[in-house]
Ligand binder design. Structure first.
Ligand code: AMP
Length: 415
């Protein structure tokens, strides 16, 4: 299929769209199936899904799994939180040949964190199978990865740089690949991985199946689809920009100079049990981290310039509630799946409505409630309007003076 080349914009493909379950809205069209059993899965997979507590497919799973099982190429419009990982992991695991010495499926992810989460999801869903799943990401021990590759993994989940590294060393062969998966393809493009992704795909057999997941479809993805995919079907869930209804959102107008004061007033509230704080840049993240530490806050930081060890450590501490606040950049927080984050705080406003939805989607997970707070300077107020337009949800406005008036009882506002 020749896809028209379009400029970068929210992913709203026309092929088949269904309302998301997470929005709580009535489906725009009946979902294609109501249960995993109707998707044509094996008994072993159905039992595993039951064991891990997935009672019904999410919309993107219901759409993608049957096509992927037929061997079709698919472009899935889905974001983290939609269940997109299982949408490709389930059909991949149903299609791998147990006992084959080849790497049969390769998943490329933009970040090490996402690769780690994808690997965990695969391992969970492969409980009934005798297959090895291996993560090969930058920053991890090469020796361990080489050992892992000698164990003949059926599925390799990796970041493009390290996968290429192994290809150049001939420690990884892709001649037996039956399925290639590009996860968060738009982010791989943002992070400069486009040439690496193409080089990797060129080393896989032409007749392979390709599954591509992306929140947006920049022109590169159209070209990639033309060059590397066979008649892909584009599937998406309508209303992707919708936020789960259990998120409450408001913004606080303040000047640049007042931002730190506004933030600390929020952090001092006991209602803000755990906070994920977003900054626009790595430098801002470091500066804010230092400022909050100096004020005695229990805070850590994660961004792309930190070593893998430091990033893992920061995430682990936050995940296990050993630290109350985590400062992150957009890229570093990609794919973060921590169930219990009470508040997302945008210290720096997000650069697009998509980024806003990604950020605030880190709270109110798994049916919980969550609050999204955005500090906004007067010249950025248009960004809030843009977000409101895209998400069809109002964001309550407050002034810093409202917080000052509340003094010690900010919690009434943010709780
Ligand atoms: P993902 O969008 O792949 O990052 O998935 C988001 C979260 O949803 C993960 O914690 C998954 O374990 C969970 N999940 C995926 N599919 C289902 C399902 N069908 N039912 C319940 N939870 C799911």
């Amino acid at each position: 299929m020749v896809l028209p080349v379009r400029s970068r914009r929210p992913f709203r493909p026309q092929v088949r769209t269904f309302a998301p379950v997470s929005s709580g809205a009535a489906p725009a069209a009946p979902l294609p199936t109501q249960s995993f059993a109707e998707l044509g899965l094996t008994e072993g997979m159905l039992q595993t899904l039951e064991r891990v507590g997935y009672s019904h497919p999410t919309p993107i799973q219901a759409l993608t799994i049957p096509r992927a099982l037929q061997g079709r190429d698919v472009i899935g419009g889905a974001q983290t939180g939609s269940g997109k990982t299982a949408a490709f992991a389930v059909p991949v695991l149903e299609r791998v040949e147990v006992g084959s010495p080849d790497v049969q499926a390769l998943v490329l992810c933009p970040t090490r964190e996402l690769a780690a989460q994808v690997t965990l999801e695969f391992e969970k869903l492969a409980a009934h199978l005798q297959v090895e799943i291996l993560a090969i990401v930058g920053g991890d021990s090469m020796g361990r990865q080489l050992d892992g590759l000698r164990r003949h993994p059926a599925v390799v989940v990796g970041t493009p740089g390290r996968v290429l590294d192994h290809l150049q060393r001939h420690s990884l062969r892709l001649a037996g690949i039956r399925i290639a998966i590009l996860d968060e393809a738009d982010r791989m493009l943002d992070m400069g991985f486009a040439p690496d992704v193409e080089r990797i795909l060129q080393q896989t057999p032409k007749q392979r199946q390709t599954l591509l997941f992306s929140a947006t479809v920049p022109a590169w993805i159209h070209r990639l689809a033309e060059r590397h995919m066979r008649d892909p079907e584009t599937l998406s869930v309508a209303g992707e920009m919708e936020l789960v209804p259990t998120i409450r959102q408001w913004c606080i107008e303040c000047s640049w100079a007042e931002k730190e004061e506004a933030l600390t007033m929020l952090l001092d509230s006991p209602q803000v049990r755990t906070g994920l704080i977003f900054t626009a840049t790595k430098r801002n993240a470091d500066l804010l981290h230092a400022a909050l530490l100096a004020r005695g806050y229990d805070v850590t930081v994660i961004h792309g310039d930190l070593s893998q060890r430091d990033r893992d450590l920061a995430l682990e501490r936050f995940r296990k509630s050993r630290v109350r606040f985590l400062i992150a950049t957009d890229v570093a927080a990609r794919g973060l799946d921590i169930e219990d984050i009470s508040h997302v705080i945008n210290y720096d406003a997000p650069s697009s409505p998509e980024d806003y939805v990604h950020r605030v989607g880190r709270t109110a997970r798994a049916g919980r409630e969550g609050v999204a707070l955005t500090l906004i300077t007067p010249i950025e107020i248009l960004k809030i309007r843009d977000i409101e337009r895209h998400t069809h949800r109002a964001i309550e406005r407050h002034q810093l003076s409202d917080l000052r008036l509340l003094a010690g009882s900010v919690g009434e506002l943010v709780g």
